[in-house]
Design a protein around this ligand. Structure first.
Ligand code: TYM
Length: 325
């Protein structure tokens, strides 16, 4: 029996290379060794600013890009969260064992409350409980995510412990799985790459759009002249090379930068080539799927059917243990 993994992504607009490197690429690499369940978490998007008129379009875009990035429906279940309604039922059960103080101290809750200070809704606070339900309804043991989700996974473990202690051993305590590149910085070099900060390269951006973004991207600010020696350890462009370029390009750029033999523009040109190499097949596959949305819908339908079976079984057990029949 393979260990089971679960992970999710929001349908909130452009999927960027931070999502790709920090999460989706790792998911695709884990499909042979684990039983994999991946999810477009549409209910989570509702806690932030979202437009109901384009929600379905966003879900289809997110699904298409994830499949284009390598999720293979024959080797994983891939579906939309709201199609397996049991996630919300389990959330309610978990709400009743989660101390409110734990939710109030979540870094993302604090950050997002600042960002959307006119809309600090209960969903925003409860977000990590819904996440715990997403994971535990499948009794997943491993959760591959970027670094920003670690605190939520720790809370998920705590919720599992609390539930087990109250109602009897039911859930495993899942572990976060981080890849080598767990936090991709944005093009501003100051913040994590994210859609809301508009500091990102989209997986579906064209080569021209990417070059425009790269041209103004932040590098090692101590390098003024091309011949100044640079420090790749603190350069954001180098960290993207490290995540995406071939091994010989990475070591060449590293050495040439330190000796002032390559300037930032040429270094960015090489990164541009690596990005084009990675993203061209993804864009092509996404184009094909955008023209064949029925294929994506069928994948999501099959994924929901597979997942729902497991979710229903868990909920049957949970209802009995919590005294509901
Ligand atoms: P979301 O949609 O913000 O991001 C999806 C995944 O991408 C990772 N990620 C990054 N990794 C490295 N560098 C970055 N700059 C970067 N930006 C995003 C995230 O860590 C994440 O793994 N709450 C989650 C979705 C979710 C979930 C779950 C995840 C809902 N339920 C259950 C795991 C398990 C979120 O908003 O991810």
């Amino acid at each position: 029996m393979k260990n089971r993994i679960f992970s999710g992504i929001q349908p909130s607009g452009d999927i960027h290379i931070g999502n790709y490197i920090g999460a989706i690429r790792n998911w695709a690499q884990m499909m042979d060794d684990y039983e994999c369940i991946f999810c477009i978490v549409d209910y989570h998007a509702m806690a932030g600013k979202y437009d109901p008129k384009i929600l379905q379009q966003r879900i289809m875009e997110a699904a298409t890009v994830n499949i284009a990035c390598g999720l293979d429906p024959d080797r994983c279940a891939f579906f939309v969260q709201s199609h397996v309604i049991e996630h919300t039922e389990l959330t309610w059960m978990f709400n009743c064992v989660t101390p409110i103080g734990e939710l109030q101290r979540m870094t993302q809750f604090k950050d997002k409350s600042k960002h959307q200070n006119q809309n600090i809704n209960v969903g925003l606070l409860d977000y990590p409980v819904l996440m715990a339900a997403d994971i535990l309804i499948y009794k997943a043991e491993i959760v591959p995510v970027g670094e920003d989700q670690i605190q939520h996974i720790e809370l998920c473990r705590e919720i599992a412990r609390k539930f087990n202690a109250t109602f009897g051993e039911t859930f495993p305590e899942p572990q976060a799985h981080l890849g080598k590149h767990k936090r991709i910085m944005g093009l501003d070099g100051k913040n994590k790459m994210s859609k809301s900060l508009n500091n990102y390269i989209g997986v579906l951006d064209t080569d021209d759009e990417i070059w425009k973004k790269l041209k103004s991207a932040f590098t090692d600010e101590n390098r003024i002249k091309k011949t100044d020696p640079g420090n790749p350890d603190i350069c954001n462009i180098y960290s993207l090379h490290d995540a995406l370029s071939e091994a010989d390009t990475i070591s060449e750029v590293n050495q040439d930068c330190r000796k002032g033999r390559i300037g930032c523009v040429d270094c960015k040109k090489k990164l541009h080539q690596s990005l084009s190499f990675h993203l061209t097949p993804i864009r092509d596959k996404a184009d094909f799927l955008f023209n064949n949305p029925d294929k994506v819908q069928e994948i999501l339908k099959q994924g929901a059917m597979k997942s729902k079976k497991i979710a229903e079984e868990t909920m049957r057990e949970v209802r009995i243990k919590t005294g509901f029949r």
